[in-house]
Design a protein around this ligand. Structure first.
Ligand code: GLP
Length: 241
């Protein structure tokens, strides 16, 4: 595991974007695993800048997103489909057919999970996965549990996650209670992983993920077993490291 302590959120984002850019330069048809939430927003902004400067192109890149809320349409402003289009995809030259995000409106959610996992495998797995971390240690929407869940599946969101994500919705009641998420095994199969965290409210969770025991009660702790994982933290999130 590598730990990079960045000066601040801006610096963390720049370092993350540079690592993603390096991956694309090395392999223009890379499969990138993408995350939502507030943490990677600036990373996407830096990637857009690198695209505008013609340093990188996304025209051969394939992206697979970690998760999506169940019950929100692609057009819903709080869906991760909308978020990704708005924050990132609309601003780069990625091809629509190369973008994969789970469909939270699928009639048959179990089949959607299996098909989503198959799409990732068909693209020969993820070259570089970007992760955030929930305050309860979740990655994607893999919530604290008694065991690590393997592949893409449906989950019930924890109360803590619902509360944390309520800031994006008008009312807490509007936060969906369920989601589709890549599983821990899907994430761990990525050849390279970058986990981003900023802010003091993530500091204890980050410390436990890195130094605590490997425990499904803190899903990010599994990353201790990944052969190529880099934590990029701002100083506040790295406070206990
Ligand atoms: C969300 C997402 C995660 C994200 C996490 C942290 O619920 N499902 O992929 O990493 O919570 O969010 P934030 O970056 O806003 O703190």
């Amino acid at each position: 595991m590598r730990i990079i302590i960045a000066k601040d959120y801006n610096d963390m984002s720049k370092k993350a974007a540079n690592m993603v850019a390096a991956q694309i330069l090395l392999k223009p048809n890379s499969v990138l695993g993408l995350a939502t939430g507030s943490t990677p927003v600036m990373t996407y902004k830096y990637l857009i800048k690198l695209f505008q400067d013609e340093t990188i192109s996304f025209c051969h890149v394939v992206t697979v997103n970690l998760d999506e809320y169940i019950g929100l349409s692609k057009e819903h402003p709080n869906s991760y489909h909308f978020f990704m289009q708005d924050i990132f995809f609309n601003h780069v030259d990625i091809k629509l057919e190369n973008i994969y995000i789970p469909d939270g409106m699928a009639m048959d959610l179990e089949t959607e999970c299996i098909e989503y996992e198959n799409k990732i495998q068909k693209n020969k797995g993820i070259d570089l996965q970007i992760l955030g971390i929930g305050s309860n240690g979740h990655i994607g929407f893999n919530e604290p549990d008694l065991k690590f869940e393997g592949i893409t599946h449906c989950i019930n969101l924890d109360d803590e996650t619902i509360k944390a994500n309520a800031r994006f919705f008008e009312k807490e009641e509007e936060v969906p209670r369920r989601a589709i998420t890549m599983g821990v095994k899907t994430i761990m199969n990525a050849r390279k992983i970058i986990l981003l965290a900023n802010g003091s409210e993530k500091a204890k969770t980050v410390f436990n993920a890195i130094h605590g025991k490997i425990d499904p009660a803190l899903p990010a702790s599994i990353l201790q077993l990944h052969p190529d994982v880099t934590f990029i933290l701002d100083r506040e999130a790295a406070y206990y490291i």
